[in-house]
Design a binder for this molecule. Structure first.
Ligand code: GDP
Length: 296
């Protein structure tokens, strides 16, 4: 189950309210203290937590809620609403170019799941009758090009590569020409991963961005890394202006901090989540469904 621990703690805290016929401000305060702890333990950004509990409390102690017949249920509904809002309210889809090809630049730290996600995205787009082309712009890690080629073969999507002796900017340019000629309507560029934020590599993606003018810059983040993922998102966004995030490994025992903080901290939407290693395990991110999932 996604965010099992957080789910259990929130359900516990809020469950205490539902048995009561009437709620006092103190009841709400006690519950909010537990909610606050649960969120902090789940590694949610502390400012986000503070704002969140403040918003819930303000709404919860309003007369309408307190005097309703089911105040506890009303508070749960408010928490659900606020969780949904925190994650961006609505699903944000890929922004396809009005005249194809749509260009998607993939970036992220090594190990986050960038190459796997690139394959998953291609698989997902193919199912929507698109004709994607994958582009191997990671020329530094010897196995990277091969890995993308293997992924391409598995999802039956062509891969454009020029080996590792060309500038990634030139590879990207050539790939777009190639894609246009071959009727590819979505071009997904896999860039070099990095262990940490690295100025040179970041500059390289920026150069690719300036030349190819992508419709989407998707940052792949590992949900297991919690607040580190949020910091990485802030850095990439400052430098590149990302258009969205793919949060991977939600099937693992991630605590929830990244999923619940990224939108609030960076104002950039989570567009997809990775729910496993297989190519069909990429899901569009629906804030309302995720909130309901967490609250059980
Ligand atoms: P890259 O270095 O960012 O390109 O990362 P890779 O795509 O090579 O992925 C690193 C590891 O994470 C691989 O073992 C993937 O199978 C795994 N991985 C990627 N996405 C997910 C996911 O959503 N769930 C799980 N469980 N594993 C994933």
């Amino acid at each position: 189950m996604v965010f099992e621990n957080l789910s259990e703690k929130l359900q516990n805290a809020l469950g205490k309210l539902t048995g009561k016929g009437k709620l006092s401000e103190k009841d709400v305060d006690i519950a909010m203290r537990e909610v606050r702890l649960a969120l902090l333990e789940a590694d949610v950004n502390f400012k986000v937590v503070k704002n969140f509990t403040k918003n819930v409390k303000e709404r919860a102690i309003g007369n309408e809620v307190m005097q309703s017949l089911t105040p506890g249920q009303q508070v749960i509904k408010i928490v659900n609403d606020e969780l949904t809002k925190l994650m961006g309210d609505k699903e944000v889809k890929i922004a396809f170019a009005s005249s194809p090809p749509t260009i998607i630049l993939m970036c992220g730290l090594q190990g986050a799941g960038k190459t796997t996600t690139t394959g998953k995205l291609a698989y997902n787009l193919k199912k929507q009758n698109k004709r994607p082309l994958l582009v191997a712009c990671d020329i530094y890690r010897p196995a990277a090009i091969k890995q993308l080629e293997v992924v391409g073969e598995k999802v039956d999507v062509p891969v454009f590569s020029m080996g590792n002796k060309h500038d990634p900017v030139d590879i990207a340019k050539a790939a777009i020409e190639h894609g246009k000629k071959h009727g590819n309507d979505v071009i997904i560029i896999d860039t070099a991963g990095r262990l940490h934020i690295d100025e040179n590599l970041m500059e390289e993606i920026e150069n690719i961005k300036n030349i190819v003018k992508p419709n989407e810059i998707l940052l792949v983040l590992d949900a297991m890394t919690g607040q580190d993922a949020v910091n990485v998102a802030e850095s990439f966004d400052d430098k590149l202006g990302i258009t969205g995030v793919v949060l991977t490994k939600l099937d693992g025992d991630a605590r929830g901090g990244a999923a619940l903080s990224i939108r609030a901290v960076t104002d950039k939407p989570i567009k997809f989540v990775g729910m496993g290693e297989k190519f069909d395990q990429l899901e569009p991110f629906h804030p309302d469904r995720m909130a309901s999932r967490i609250l059980g």
